[in-house]
Write a new protein. Structure first.
Length: 400
């Protein structure tokens, strides 16, 4: 559906209600994905594995997410956003409810793969449908708002899940998250727009990727985002576990630092949505990435006290939340009729960063300790900043 088609259908849909339903589903999906890092210690204890091994649940989720997101983009551009979005949310619901009864780490790992496969459908379909329904003038802000919704997961639901897990056990939180997302699925079944062209589009897969990857913007953006997201997911995946094990705080107490850190991420995502169309957006990406990496190494490698550590991690998380919304908004300028595919490319670099970031962080934690995660954060954010600076002219504001 083009923006013009969406306008023609404007009388048939309430865009505000649709945007609320979309954010609701994204919020519920990201709750199901991001709640695991906050519960690592509890899950590891219950399933009789180490925290480093339990941390690979995130690796499994991101790996499946990366596979899914690559497939979903061209499919959404070819056959429509709605069926894939609803199917993805449904898979996450099933995964969450089943995870509450996982008997061992192997089953839990398989269910996190299922969650990743479903969750991978959300980003490309959401960016695609926003491009269909919302005008180009307001598109960057809408994408920034969606990114802020994702981060609000960390500010609202993740701390609540940590509290509920401390009170009633981690398994109860999966039931609660699954039921919440089921309600979101029903709301989107009603509100998600139907594209009259869905059955008229020819299916094109590799041609869409070849076309976009022939553009300089996407080659550079994928590299910049992938390197930076390794640091981002390393910081988030082990933030709660580090506080619990280093400063001897309870799971219930760590809910407050999770809220504080999430507020920093909300600020970063919101600012990114406002500044994504500015001429200096590449400088913004480079500076925020490098500074976020410095915060990461200070947090993990130095014992500076509980609250100073939380403050440093909050600033770092906010800085590392800028890059992806900026690059997603930029992708809609260059991707033409393949906007979901463009979002898939940026999303793939995000999830690949999650796979390698969480995986390498777990390895470094097991062999070196938390210091190693800090050095990883710095190395990859500096790499991201250098690539963005070197190829700045290829990422300038486009005219798409």
């Amino acid at each position: 559906m083009t923006t013009q088609t969406a306008r023609a259908k404007g009388k048939e849909m309430n865009k505000a209600l649709f945007y609320f339903a979309l954010c609701f589903a994204v919020f519920g999906t990201m709750t199901g994905v991001m709640m695991v890092p906050a519960l690592l210690v509890e899950i590891a204890t219950d399933l009789d594995v180490t925290v480093a091994v339990a941390g690979q649940l995130a690796t499994a989720t991101f790996a499946a997410w990366a596979v899914s997101i690559v497939a979903v983009g061209p499919l959404a551009d070819s056959i429509g956003r709605r069926p894939l979005a609803l199917a993805g949310v449904f898979l996450v619901v099933v995964s969450l409810l089943a995870s509450a009864f996982a008997p061992n780490i192997e089953v839990m790992m398989a269910l996190r793969v299922l969650a990743g496969l479903g969750g991978g459908a959300i980003a490309p379909t959401s960016i695609g449908v926003i491009s269909d329904v919302i005008s180009q003038a307001k598109r960057a802000q809408a994408i920034g708002g969606l990114a802020s919704t994702i981060v609000l997961t960390s500010a609202i639901s993740i701390p609540l899940m940590a509290l509920f897990a401390d009170w009633w056990g981690w398994r109860f939180t999966f039931v609660l998250a699954g039921l919440f997302l089921a309600v979101a699925w029903l709301l989107n079944w009603v509100c998600y727009p139907r594209d009259s062209r869905e059955r008229l589009r020819g299916f094109v897969f590799f041609a869409r990727y070849r076309s976009l990857l022939s553009l300089n913007y996407f080659r550079v953006a994928v590299t910049v985002n992938g390197a930076q997201r390794m640091a981002y997911w390393s910081l988030l995946s082990f933030f709660a576990a580090y506080l619990i094990q280093t400063y001897d705080v309870t799971l219930e107490f760590v809910a407050l630092p999770l809220v504080i850190s999430a507020l920093g991420q909300v600020a970063g995502s919101y600012i990114a949505g406002i500044l994504a169309t500015k001429s200096y957006r590449v400088a913004l990406v480079a500076v925020s990435s490098a500074a976020g990496g410095v915060c990461g190494i200070v947090f993990f490698a130095f014992d500076i006290g509980l609250w100073p550590a939380v403050a440093v991690a909050t600033v770092g998380a906010g800085l590392l939340s800028v890059t992806t919304p900026v690059l997603l908004a930029g992708s809609t300028e260059y991707s033409g009729e393949s906007k979901a595919t463009g979002a898939s490319l940026i999303g793939f670099s995000n999830q690949s960063g999650g796979v390698f970031g969480a995986g390498l962080s777990g390895l470094l934690l097991a062999t070196i300790g938390y210091d190693g995660i800090g050095y990883l954060c710095l190395a990859f954010t500096v790499t991201s900043a250098l690539v963005a600076t070197a190829f700045a002219r290829l990422m300038r504001v486009g005219t798409g």
